[in-house]
Design a protein around this ligand. Sequence first.
Ligand code: CAA
Length: 290
Amino acid sequence: MGIEKVGVVGFGAMGSGIAQVCAVAGFHVRVRDVEQRFLDRGRDRIAESLARIVKAGRLTDEQARAALGRIHGTLALADLADCDLVVEAVVEEIGAKNAVFAELDEVCGPAAIFTSNTSSLTIVEMATATRRADRFAGLHFFNPPMMMRLVEIVQAITTSDATIEVLRSFVSRLGHTGVVSRDTTGFIVNRLLQPYLNSAVRLLEQGVATAEQIDAAMKLGLGHPMGPLELIDYTGVDIIYHIGNIFFEEFRDPALAPPSLLRRMYLAGRLGVKSGRGFYEYDVKGKRKT
Ligand code: CAA
């Protein structure tokens, strides 16, 4: 089965990035969010990102306009009825995700494949809430999806090999690289990333080095584009804190539990770039001040 029409549920940072990647690759995309202002904000975010790509000479103005024209926002999940593939990117809560999938299961055709962009939840728990557990998988993009070329394709114990093959071919049509992972909490990247980010916060807590020194060390010493504390600010302190709790719940490994400082930053609303302050301070455009 080939994929032509893609549905995306949730038009936040990840949903808008995923919609953008699909539209640039030539797919028609229907995106659903719950309020018009979220649809407007997602569209603005895509237009801004496309403008940067045009400025960098990687797309023409015309290609960017055509891609934007292939994205249609809607407030009704029923408008995703004729999609061949749906990527869910709503909040990282099993109840919210399963409610979306239960509704989609009623409106979409039986052959449609459902996927979740979850970072930390269990795919089989969503798959079994639908009547298509064999056509259900994880499809995990990285932020920002236009720049990060990896997609983890997650095979739950219920996912058929045929579904994985369709998703492999879809991901390569996006110009991205797919790696297949089993449905274990955190898959490959976050399973390795989470203890690394926690360790960086613990080094800071223990006064081993300043935030700037920790970030400079990892950028210059290992060639990473961002240091670990910058990456937490970029991804969101709330997201990393929330993922840490889910990981600890699953594995009971203290290395995966969110460090005290991260919890306190979360409670203080120091969420990183989006709140203007995390390990560093940012202006309203998200540019680093300190
Ligand atoms: N859209 C389009 N183009 C973009 C872009 C975006 N969102 N972000 C960056 N670019 C392009 C632009 O051409 C930009 O040039 P301009 O600033 O002139 O427009 C160019 O990249 C360089 O960008 P920056 O100067 O902003 O900075 P940079 O060179 O550091 O690149 C970055 C930005 C690509 C984000 C890079 O810092 C990076 O790769 N960081 C690591 C990101 C990462 O690790 N992501 C994974 C997070 S974990 C995750 O997502 C999983 C999870 O489940 C939590």
